[in-house]
Design a protein around this ligand. Structure first.
Ligand code: UTP
Length: 936
C-alpha cells in the first residue's frame, strides 16, 4: 500500500522511503514553499465588482482601513479591464478584519464583492488514501493495507459493462469472504518500490473520455491524487526544470558514463545523464527503485495535463458554436496512463450526437463551397447537415473553422487519409502538438482498454515506461520521424502481450475481459470492443517483481521470431505468419505482425519494414543479454537499468538477424528464401541417381526445382505460366480449370490432351509457353514431377513409358525468349525457372482439418495425401475466386559453389494485394516443409 504526499504530489510505498522522503531536501523545500503560499493566502482577500478604471492606489487606500496593505495584484488576463484583484495585507489579522466587516464594502459608489482568497489546503503529512476520505490522517505504517473502494463508472456512458455487469457492487469479491483484499492492494505487496502508481481508478486522475477532456476531474480537487496532481496546487519550485547536477560529496561514485546511442538526436523526455544524476541522489538502489524513479521523471506532468485540458476547452468553445453538442475526447497516452512528458495529444472530435441547431444564432461558416453535400453557408450545423459529409470533408470543415476562430492553434494542417484524416496543430502557449480525428471511437475504446490494464496491476506502468524510454532511445519506437518504427501503441501492446503470456499470467487476455461482460457487448463499427473494468477482473496469481518481469519481457521478445510469427492481441496467442490466411478475419501481413485487440483486420505494425524488424530483433537480444546479467550474483551490487540504455553489446549477441542469412551465407532480400542441399541427409539411392548425371549439386538443384514446381502446381493447385526456364525435365500441367465459365472440371478428355500435344509440337520459341490452365497431364506423369529422394522408388515414378511420353508431350516450351530489358541475372545459373503464379483457391484454408480427417482414414503423410487434400478443398469445398486472390512471379535459380548448393526463390508481385505477404509466407513454409520431408 502507499501513502500520498500532497506537498510533493507523489506517493510513497515503503516505510524507509517515507522516512527518507520527509527528511529529504525536496520535501522540505516544497513544504516551506507551500507554507509561504499559505501564509500569503491567509493575509489576502479576493475582490471583484470594482468599476473598470479603478486604480491600484484607490484599492490600497480603501483596504488600508483594515490594516497595512502589502500588495495589490490585479487580474493578469485582462490588464486593461481587470475583473478581480487580490489584496495582500501585511498581517493575517488585517484580512480577518476585512472579511468580518459586517457592512458592504463600497468604493466609488460601487459595491465590492470581497471574499476569502481561494487556497487549496494540502495535508502537510503524507496519508493513506482512505484516511483522506474518512478525514483521519493519523499515519501509521503498521496499519494493514485497506481496500480502496472500487469506483463506479466514470462519468458518461463509458461502457455498458460498468453500469450493468456488477451493478453497484463496491468491489468484486471473487471469494465471497468479507475480509477479502485483492492481491494488488495488499500492504507490502510486490512492486513495493513503485512510486506514484495508483492501482485504482479515480476519475480525478484518469479522467473519463466521453463528454470530458480527460482532465475535468482535476477541478474537483479531491484527495487520492496519485500522481497527476491537481488544479490549484501551488507551483512547485523547480519542478519540470532540468535538475542541477549534484557534486560528488559522499555519494557513491557514478558508474562510468555510459555510451548513449543517438541521444542527442532523439527527443527524450529526460536525458540519461539527468536520470543518472537523479539515481545518484537516491538512497534506495536496485532495478525496481530505478524503474520507479525513471517512470516518475518521464511521466507527463500535472501542468501538462492541465494545458491539455485548456486546449480541449478552447476546441469546445470554438467548435460548439458550429456544432452544438460536439464531443471533445482525449485518447492516447495523454489519458491511457502511459503518457510521457511532451507527448503529443490525440483528440477525437465526436460529431455523432449533435444537438438541434438554434437558427436564431446563425454563424457564418468558413469557405465551404468545395465541401460536397454541404450546401449551407451559415451554421450552426446539426446531425442532418453533416450526416452525408465524408470524413475528409468534416476534417476540412473543422480545419477551416479553427483557422478562422482559434488563434491559439498554430500550424494548422490537414493530413488526408481515407481511413482517418487528421487535423494537426500546435497549441501556441504550451507548444503541445495536437492531432484531431473524427469518427475514431475505436481509438477511444482501445485507450480505455490500456487504461484499464494499467490500473489492474501496478507493475504494468513502470514496465511500460522503461520500455518506452528504452525503445525511444534505441530508435525502434515512438519516433516516427526517424523512419518506420513501432508506434507507442504497438509497443505498449507488446508489453501487454508479454504480461498475458508470462506464467502465471499478470494480465488477462482481452477475450477473457470481454467474456466477463456476459451479454452486455460494446460493438463499435461491427467490432466487439467489450471488456470489464479493472475491479471486475479476478486478481493475478503472479507475484514476480517488476525487475523480473522487465528482464522477462526482453528475453521473451529476444526469442520471439518476428519473421515467422505474429501476435493476436485479443487472445494473447501467437500465430504463424504462414498460417495467417487461416485467421478468422484476414489481416494484411507485413514484416512485423500484431493484430489489433478490437479491429481484427488491422495489423498495427504493418508499417515496419524488413530493416526495422531486424533492428528491433537485435535490440531485444542485446537488452535480454544485459538484463540476464542482473541475475548473476556477482553483479547484484552494481546492477542498473542504465545498462539497457548504453550502446554496449554483450558478448555472444548475434548482431545481424539470422533469419535473413542462409547457412551458406547468402544474404536474402525481402521476399527471398532458399532450399539448401544437405547431402548427409539424402538417401543413398538418390545420391547415386544424382551422381549418375555428373554433378550431384546441379542434379539436386534440377530435381528440387521440378519438385518445387510440382508442389506449387499440383499440390497447392496454383495456376502457373512459365516464362522461361532451362530445365529439360518435363513440367507438365496437371489440370484444367476454366475460371471464366466457373467450371470445376479436370480436363482429362482426349480433346484437351490432343490440343495440348498439338500445341507443344507446333510450338515455336516465340510462342507463349503452355500453362497449367491450358491442359493437364496424366496423374502418373504428375507424380513423377513430385518424385522425391527415391525417384525410382516413389509411386508412379516415370517408369511407365506412356506416362513419360505424356509428361513430355505436355511439357512446357523450355526456351521462351524474354524481352531484353526483362532479362535478369538468373540465366547464368545452372538451373532456373521463371514463372507467373495465379492463385484462385484457398487450398491452405482448413487444410489441417482435412489432413487429420484423411489420415484418420488411413492415408499416410505423403505428397499424395497433400494432393488429395488440396483436390478435396479445390473441387468440393471452396468456391474459387473469379479473379486471382493473389498473383506472384517466382524466379527459382540454383546457386552452386563447390560442394554446396541452394535453390534461391525470389518472389515478386504487387505488394498491395491484400494477402501478398501471408500467402508468400505460407508458400515458403509449405515448400520448405515438403522439401525437408521428402528430401532429407
Ligand atoms: P500512439 O502510438 O501515438 O500511442 O497512438 P500513444 O500511447 O498516444 O503514444 P505517444 O506518447 O502519443 O507517442 C495514439 C492512439 O492512437 C490509437 C490508440 O488509441 C493510441 O492510444 N491507435 C494508434 C490505434 O487505435 N491504432 C494504431 O495502430 C495506432
Amino acid at each position: 500500500m502507499f501513502v500520498i504526499c500532497e506537498i510533493c504530489d507523489i506517493t510513497i510505498n515503503t516505510a524507509e522511503e517515507y522516512d527518507r522522503h520527509i527528511s529529504g531536501k525536496r520535501h522540505i523545500n516544497h513544504l516551506n514553499y507551500y507554507r509561504e503560499k499559505k501564509q500569503h493566502a491567509m493575509c489576502s482577500v479576493f475582490v471583484k465588482g470594482f468599476p473598470p478604471k479603478t486604480t491600484e492606489w484607490e484599492l490600497k487606500v480603501y483596504f488600508n482601513n483594515f490594516g497595512p496593505v502589502d500588495k495589490v495584484i490585479f487580474d493578469k488576463k485582462d490588464e486593461k479591464f481587470p475583473q478581480y484583484a487580490i489584496i495582500e495585507f501585511k498581517y493575517d489579522q488585517a484580512a480577518d478584519n476585512c472579511l468580518s466587516y459586517t457592512h458592504p464594502h463600497i468604493l466609488n459608489s460601487t459595491k465590492l464583492n470581497v471574499r476569502k482568497r481561494d487556497f487549496k489546503e494540502l495535508s502537510e503529512t503524507p496519508y493513506f488514501p482512505w484516511q483522506k476520505e474518512r478525514g483521519q490522517q493519523n499515519h501509521s505504517w503498521n496499519q494493514p493495507g485497506g481496500v480502496q473502494h472500487a469506483h463506479g463508472p466514470p462519468q458518461g456512458q463509458y461502457d455498458p459493462c460498468w453500469d450493468t455487469q456488477m451493478g453497484q457492487a463496491d468491489f468484486h469479491n471473487p471469494t465471497g469472504d468479507p475480509g477479502y483484499e485483492p492481491h494488488w492492494q495488499m500492504d507490502g505487496g510486490y512492486g513495493s518500490n513503485m512510486r506514484n502508481f495508483d492501482p485504482n481508478y479515480d476519475p480525478n486522475i484518469y479522467p473519463d473520455f466521453q463528454g470530458g477532456y480527460g482532465q475535468q476531474g482535476q477541478d474537483k480537487g479531491q484527495g487520492n491524487q496519485g500522481q497527476q496532481g491537481q488544479k490549484g496546487q501551488p507551483g512547485i519550485p523547480g519542478k519540470g526544470k532540468k535538475k542541477k547536477k549534484k557534486k560528488g560529496g559522499g555519494n557513491p561514485q557514478p558508474p562510468d558514463k555510459p555510451k548513449i546511442k543517438r541521444e542527442d538526436v532523439i527527443d527524450l523526455p529526460v536525458t540519461v545523464e539527468d536520470f543518472l544524476q537523479e539515481m545518484m541522489s537516491q538512497t534506495q538502489k536496485g532495478i525496481q527503485a530505478e524503474m520507479g524513479v525513471l517512470a516518475d521523471m518521464i511521466q507527463v506532468t500535472s501542468q501538462e495535463l492541465q494545458s491539455r485540458y485548456v486546449i480541449c476547452k478552447t476546441l469546445e468553445d470554438v467548435l460548439s458554436m458550429f456544432f452544438p453538442g460536439v464531443g471533445i475526447n482525449q485518447f492516447g497516452s495523454s489519458v491511457n496512463g502511459f503518457g510521457i512528458k511532451g507527448c503529443d495529444m490525440d483528440v477525437f472530435i465526436d460529431l455523432t450526437n449533435l444537438g438541434i441547431p438554434c437558427r436564431s444564432q446563425a454563424i457564418e461558416l468558413p469557405y465551404v463551397r468545395d465541401i460536397r453535400f454541404l450546401k449551407k453557408q451559415k451554421g450552426p450545423l446539426g446531425h442532418d447537415d453533416i450526416v452525408k459529409l465524408m470524413t475528409i470533408d468534416k476534417a476540412k470543415l473543422i480545419l477551416r473553422i479553427l483557422i478562422e476562430h482559434a488563434p491559439a492553434c498554430s500550424d494548422l494542417t490537414l493530413i488526408p487519409s481515407n481511413r482517418c484524416p487528421i487535423v494537426r496543430f500546435t497549441h501556441l502557449e504550451s507548444g503541445i502538438k495536437c492531432d484531431l480525428s473524427i469518427d475514431n471511437k475505436l481509438a477511444l475504446q482501445n485507450t480505455r482498454l490500456l487504461q484499464t490494464l494499467s490500473l489492474y496491476d501496478q507493475r504494468v506502468r513502470p514496465i511500460v515506461y522503461v520500455v518506452r524510454y528504452w525503445a525511444k532511445l534505441k530508435g525502434i519506437a515512438g519516433n516516427p520521424r526517424a523512419g518506420p518504427c513501432l508506434s507507442n501503441y504497438a509497443l505498449t501492446l507488446m508489453v501487454i502481450y508479454y504480461l498475458q503470456n508470462v506464467r502465471p499470467k499478470v494480465l488477462p487476455t482481452v477475450q477473457e475481459m470481454a467474456d466477463l461482460c456476459g451479454n452486455q457487448r460494446t460493438i463499435i463499427n461491427r467490432w466487439d470492443c467489450s471488456f470489464v473494468a479493472a475491479q471486475f477482473i479476478p486478481p493475478t496469481m503472479n507475484s514476480q517483481t517488476t525487475e523480473d518481469l522487465l528482464a522477462g519481457f526482453f528475453s521473451f521478445y529476444a526469442e520471439f521470431d518476428f519473421h515467422t510469427m505474429g501476435m493476436i492481441m485479443r487472445t494473447g496467442q501467437p500465430f504463424a505468419v504462414s498460417e495467417a490466411a487461416n485467421l478468422a478475419i484476414p489481416m494484411k501481413m507485413g514484416f512485423f505482425n500484431i493484430q489489433d485487440p478490437f479491429v481484427l483486420d488491422h495489423n498495427i505494425t504493418f508499417n515496419i519494414n524488413e530493416k526495422t524488424r531486424q533492428l528491433i530483433a537485435v535490440e531485444f537480444r542485446i537488452a535480454a543479454a544485459k538484463a540476464a546479467k542482473w541475475k548473476q550474483p556477482e553483479k547484484t551490487a552494481s546492477k542498473t537499468i542504465l545498462d539497457l540504455f548504453t550502446e554496449d553489446v554483450p558478448e555472444g549477441v548475434e548482431f545481424s538477424d539470422l533469419t535473413s542469412k542462409t547457412s551458406s551465407g547468402i544474404q536474402l532480400g525481402e521476399y527471398q528464401f532458399t532450399l539448401e542441399l544437405k547431402v548427409d541427409a539424402l538417401d543413398q539411392g538418390l545420391i547415386h541417381t544424382l551422381r549418375k548425371t555428373g554433378n550431384l549439386q546441379v542434379a539436386w538443384c534440377r530435381k528440387m526445382c521440378v519438385f518445387a514446381y510440382g508442389i506449387l502446381e499440383r499440390v497447392l493447385m496454383y495456376d502457373i505460366e512459365i516464362n522461361k526456364t532451362n530445365l529439360t525435365e518435363p513440367l507438365p500441367k496437371s489440370r484444367y480449370y476454366d475460371h471464366k465459365t466457373k467450371g470445376r472440371k479436370r480436363a482429362n478428355s482426349s480433346e484437351s490432351q490432343e490440343a495440348e500435344n498439338k500445341k507443344t509440337k507446333t510450338g515455336t520459341t516465340t510462342e507463349k509457353p503452355a500453362t497449367s490452365t491450358e491442359g493437364q497431364n496424366s496423374a502418373k506423369a504428375t507424380v513423377s514431377v513430385l518424385a522425391g529422394p527415391g525417384m525410382e522408388a516413389m509411386p508412379g515414378e516415370g517408369t511407365d513409358s506412356k506416362s513419360t511420353e505424356g509428361a513430355e508431350a505436355a511439357a512446357v516450351q523450355q526456351e521462351v525468349p524474354m524481352d531484353e530489358e526483362n532479362q535478369t541475372d538468373y540465366e547464368d545459373a545452372d538451373v532456373y525457372l521463371d514463372m507467373d503464379i495465379k492463385i484462385f483457391c484457398r487450398t491452405w484454408a482448413e487444410r489441417k482439418k482435412f489432413m487429420a480427417a484423411f489420415k484418420a482414414r488411413g492415408y499416410s503423410d505423403s505428397v499424395e495425401l497433400e494432393q488429395a487434400v488440396s483436390e478435396r478443398l479445390y473441387y468440393d469445398h471452396f468456391k474459387t475466386a473469379k479473379s486471382p486472390i493473389v498473383e506472384y512471379n517466382f524466379i527459382v535459380k540454383s546457386i552452386v559453389a563447390g560442394s554446396t548448393a541452394s535453390l534461391l526463390f525470389t518472389v515478386q508481385g504487387d505488394k498491395d494485394q491484400k494477402e501478398f505477404y501471408c500467402v508468400y509466407h505460407y508458400i515458403k513454409k509449405f515448400i520448405t516443409k515438403m522439401a525437408d520431408k521428402h528430401f532429407t
